[in-house]
Design a protein around this ligand. Structure first.
Ligand SMILES: *Cc1c(COP(=O)(O)O)cnc(C)c1O
Length: 398
């Protein structure tokens, strides 16, 4: 079905940070399947680990214990502030699990009754992105994604991201007649909504208020988690510990996997309350285990910190060369957004022109061009990417 306005190229092959289309044209890939291909394309270690797993076992049901799943859960919990993990297959699905957990927290911990318009509420940010299933898209604070699919799911309220006063006011309003709010769901950095990094003071205040009211604080780390920020987990950038995080994109390095990781204190699910047929199967978990092992073995976190700083520097230089077209650059690690002025072509137009120059980029809204390359990208690739972007900008600029 026509759910995507697709570019008229077919990508048929990839290696490292490069992909080739069916005509043999080569592109430098700064999209990585939208922050998915952590280790780049056709990584040798990932290929071998998955081939071996294919020769052993791909799928059994969660009716049985799955060693690869237990090992991946242990790797996530040992390296984070979280204690227990539920596995699924995508970001939206991870957020669905988080939303169900939040509802249960509201009922059982906060004692919020249902009925008389008193159901538990989940507070999310404007310009957020949490996925396209009905509850996840309702959580997404962007009306354009709701349009045509009403009625939306009940029980969500929105506030401007990074706005402490607005958050405090909304919380006070919701709680005026007693406990009403089950959870706050936030991206540590907004990706799709325009690459807006979270503000530390704002997040600290949200954490304080959630603690004071026993409200669940959930971070959607589907895009920023698993090393993209230069820290393993996005919350480490903020110095605030969430009660739960959701993961997906980068975790499987291209193999679909999603996860909800929670603190033991909010591990509210009991057998039979949530489930997934494919979630956490041996093949997907082998992919996750290999990605996490390679991040460590190749010291990719410090690499991402260096490459992120270099990319930011190169983009800042680009901005200073084209001050009438470009406004600035913002982001963490290898999630960076180049902000365009009104005088510049739109982000989708620049992305299209960059494709002509052999560079893959993705917009984050109409005025931001997003870089989310494989974490293994090297300095020479970043320089080439910014050169090609500059050529694209000039070919489309006034
Ligand atoms: C991509 C994304 C999602 C949705 O993930 P899917 O796997 O497409 O369902 C959710 N949250 C964030 C922050 C994302 O970037």
């Amino acid at each position: 079905m026509d759910t995507y306005a697709r570019f008229p190229i077919s990508l048929t092959r990839g290696r490292g940070v490069w992909v080739w289309d069916s005509n043999g044209k080569r592109y430098l890939d700064c999209v990585a399947g939208i922050a998915v291909c952590t280790l780049g394309h056709s990584d040798g270690r990932l290929k071998r680990a998955l081939s071996r797993q294919l020769g052993k076992l791909q799928h059994v049901s969660n009716l049985y214990r799955i060693p690869e799943q237990e090992e991946l859960a242990a790797a996530i919990t040992a390296s984070s502030c979280l204690d227990r993990v539920f596995f699924c297959n995508s970001g939206a699905e991870a957020n669905e699990a988080a939303i169900k957990l939040a509802r249960k927290h509201g009922h059982t911990v906060r004692g919020i009754a249902t009925g008389d318009g008193k159901a538990p509420l989940i507070l999310t940010a404007q310009a957020s992105f949490h996925g396209r299933t009905l509850a996840a898209v309702t959580a997404t604070g962007q009306p354009k994604y709701h349009q045509g699919f009403e009625p939306m799911v009940q029980g969500f309220r929105y506030f401007p991201y990074n706005d402490t006063a607005a958050f405090e006011a909304l919380l006070a309003t919701c709680e005026v007649e007693g406990p009403r709010v089950a959870a706050v769901l936030l991206e540590p950095i907004q990706g799709e909504g325009g690459v807006h990094p979270g503000n530390r003071a704002f997040f600290r205040r949200v954490r304080e208020l959630c603690d004071a009211h026993n409200i669940l604080l959930i971070f959607d780390e589907v895009q920023i988690g698993v090393g993209r920020s230069g820290q393993l987990w996005g919350y480490e950038q903020l110095g605030v510990e969430p009660d739960a995080i959701t993961l997906a994109k980068g975790l499987g390095g291209g193999i679909p996997i999603g996860a909800l990781a929670v603190k033991a204190s909010v591990d509210h699910f009991r057998p039979g309350e949530h489930a997934s047929t494919f979630g956490g199967n041996p093949f997907a978990c082998r992919a996750g285990l290999t990605v996490l092992a390679e991040l460590e073995r190749r010291d990719l976190l410090s690499h991402v910190q260096r490459m992120g700083a270099l990319l930011q520097e190169l983009l800042a230089q680009l901005v200073s060369r084209h001050p009438t077209l470009l406004e600035g650059v913002r982001g963490w690690g290898l999630l960076q957004g180049l902000v365009l002025r009104e005088e510049a072509p739109s982000a989708p137009d620049i992305v299209k022109a960059a494709m002509g120059q052999g560079l893959l980029l993705v917009p984050a809204g109409p005025r931001v061009v997003r870089f989310v390359p494989p974490l293994v990208i090297q300095p020479r690739h970043l320089r080439l990417a910014v050169d090609r972007l500059e050529r694209a900008l000039l070919s489309r600029g006034r």
